[in-house]
Write a protein that binds this ligand. Structure first.
Ligand code: AGP
Length: 604
């Protein structure tokens, strides 16, 4: 949520900042801006600031931007929390003297009180943002030492921040973190930092993940880290493994399409080295025998994979599983203790609600496990044990390969627990799991057929997705995908629930998609399809093979290969990802950056 990038070195900083913002734009895209330390005709240093409402292209196409010259600067791409998206509310924010500029990711909860005090002291505010108080506080405390001024500022603020500050008088960038990620990249004669490691890949692979309540002083080719009390910290340098190629579109029109198509490889990478001779190889630092209950916490798509996880873990291990929205769990004083395992599922590993739920559970003594994609992310660092997805960077706001790899990881986890509890594994399931990447390649062949179907629904206003058992959460996921990128109102339900309400909505304007692949409840789903058809609804069904009986009642079919029940959500969700993608693309919408959304939600 919001992307920040800063650079200090020898190179012309503007192209570096713009390139970084481009890599970060998926984090927020309602406005963007840069602040650069420049030198004026009197040879005095000053801060030159340029910011624009709208996509990054609005900023980068400004004529003035080519005239900004300097080797140190900060830049920001915004996802609005306080104050509408416009030029003034865009970051960076400057102080009254225009000597100091800051960029901020997060929320300053006590900004109104601080703003009032600052206004009484004579500060004039330009924007409606919470962040602007940071610029004025740094100004208030600045007496020549930028780091000290930032420290004093942070002592006063409540809330979350990933912050960068520069001053015309100093040749250093001060960054600080509480709750919003910042990664520092180290080069021979430059230092760069960003809210996401992907933005650093063009420059360096040697990185340091700044921790909460730490600040760093970035200078040309050096970085010093300390906590807010001034105690020096070690530079724990790590190596990024992702390649630049992995975060590019590789000829696809959108990241989302690329990421859908990458699923065979993503799953292969998730499985790699984790199944050997029919045994599951995971290194989990957990006493599995002592676990009496599992609670899964997550948000959005990750919550949907948690729901499927419940069906699978309970069936396989007989350990009771609850699944909670992280945002609800964190505030409801949950019944959790040392005998419980909390599984936090998150693609980004930075989702504020999931992180808070995890911390709440830790406070209550629970054991914790993370199922996370982004290596080194905050949740990944705070859990006792973890399973990385290895899906590679997911840039499209609509999550696709993270979902299917989360399901793969949950299957591995369930099998592993069963094995460690001394139970025999189902060989057929383990074998079929290993074959999953090639089954998914076959499912991807439905792409053109789904595109044809999508053409019939671009004018739809509503959509219903129905499924049962492990495929009920797949219906929820299909509905979420469609609404977030095509802006069509969509709901997911367990098919049998239709008669308890949603059936009232069925008419010729209501498309209903059934996940009707072979399962124990196939006959019941067929009855539901008939009920919709009898009321004039448009029906689409995902089925396993030509099926005369079902085809009598459906308008459109999507055929996917048959698989075991446990793996069916991974197969069945793929046509739903395509459907959402093609409906949105045919409507001419910005698939990778849907309105009002951001990839990583690091605010409450
Ligand atoms: C999925 O398409 C969404 N954009 C969103 O629901 C997402 O899954 C949710 O915000 C959780 O993110 P996380 O997995 O990074 O924690």
């Amino acid at each position: 949520m919001c992307g920040i990038i800063c650079y200090v070195g020898k190179e012309d900083v503007v192209p570096i900042l713009l390139n970084g913002l481009q890599m970060l734009e998926y984090r927020g895209y309602d406005s963007a801006g840069i602040a650069v330390r420049t030198t004026n005709e009197n040879n005095c240093n000053e801060i030159t600031l340029l910011k624009k409402k709208g996509r990054l292209s609005e900023l980068s196409s400004q004529k003035e931007i080519t005239e900004i010259k300097g080797t140190m600067g900060i830049a920001h791409t915004r996802w609005a929390t306080h104050g509408e998206p416009n030029d003034v509310n865009a970051h960076p924010h400057a102080d009254c003297t225009n000597k100091i500029a800051i960029i901020h990711n997060g929320i300053i909860e006590n900004y109104s009180a601080l703003k009032k005090i600052l206004e009484e002291e004579g500060h004039t505010f330009c924007s409606q943002t919470d962040s602007e108080v940071l610029a004025h506080l740094v100004e208030k405390f600045y007496t020549g030492d930028l780091k000290e001024a930032v420290k004093k500022t942070l002592n006063l603020v409540e809330g979350t921040f990933g912050l960068a500050a520069i001053c015309a008088d100093n040749d250093e960038i001060i960054i600080a973190r509480r709750g919003s990620p910042i990664v520092i990249g180290l080069g021979k004669d430059f230092t760069i930092a960003a809210s996401d490691a992907t933005a650093l890949l063009n420059h360096t692979r040697r990185v340091i993940y700044l921790q909460d309540d730490e600040l760093a002083i970035l200078k040309e080719g050096s970085c010093t880290i300390e906590d807010f009390a001034g105690e020096k910290k070690d530079n724990n340098i790590e190596e990024i493994k992702w390649s630049v190629e992995q975060v590019e579109k590789k000829g696809y029109k959108h990241f989302m399409l690329k990421e859908i198509m990458e699923q065979p490889l993503a799953i292969e990478n998730c499985l790699r080295g984790r199944i050997k001779n029919g045994k599951i190889k995971l290194t989990l630092n957990l006493d599995l025998k002592s676990i009496k209950k599992i609670t899964i916490v997550a948000c959005g798509t990750s919550w949907h994979s948690g729901l499927i996880g419940k069906y699978i873990i309970e069936a396989m291990t007989k350990i009771p599983v609850e699944v909670d929205y992280a945002s609800e769990f964190r505030y409801r004083d949950p019944l959790v203790n040392e005998d419980n395992l909390i599984i936090a599922i998150s693609q980004s590993g930075e989702t504020a609600d999931t992180l808070a739920a995890l911390r709440e559970a830790k406070k209550k003594g629970a054991k914790t496990l993370g199922i996370i994609n982004v290596v080194g992310s905050t949740i990944a660092r705070e859990v006792d044990s973890g399973i990385y997805l290895h899906a590679g960077p997911e840039i499209g706001v609509a999550s696709t390969k993270a979902f299917t790899t989360q399901l793969t990881a949950l299957l591995l986890f369930s099998l592993y627990v069963k094995q460690e509890l001394g139970e025999e594994l189902d060989d057929e399931l383990v074998e079929t799991l290993l074959e999953l990447p090639s089954s998914i390649k076959t499912v991807l062949d439905c792409r053109d057929a789904v595109k044809e179907i999508a053409k019939h629904f671009i004018a739809s206003k509503n959509f219903l997705f129905l499924g049962r058992d492990v495929n009920f959460p797949v219906a929820l996921e299909g509905a979420l995908k469609l609404k977030e990128i095509s802006y069509i109102h969509a709901e997911g339900y367990p098919a049998a629930e239709m008669k308890h309400g949603p059936i009232a909505l069925i008419d010729s304007e209501m498309p209903v998609l059934f996940i009707a692949t072979k399962c124990l409840l196939s006959d019941k789903i067929l009855s539901n399809i008939q009920e919709v058809k009898a009321r004039g609804g448009k029906t689409i069904a995902i089925i396993n093979e030509e099926d005369n009986e079902i085809e009598r009642f459906i308008d459109y079919k999507i055929i996917v290969p048959h698989t075991l029940k446990e793996l069916s959500p991974i197969i069945n969700v793929i046509p739903l990802q395509f459907l959402a993608y093609f409906v949105a693309d045919l409507k001419g919408l910005d698939v990778d950056k849907p309105r009002n959304l951001a990839k990583s939600v690091t605010v409450e």
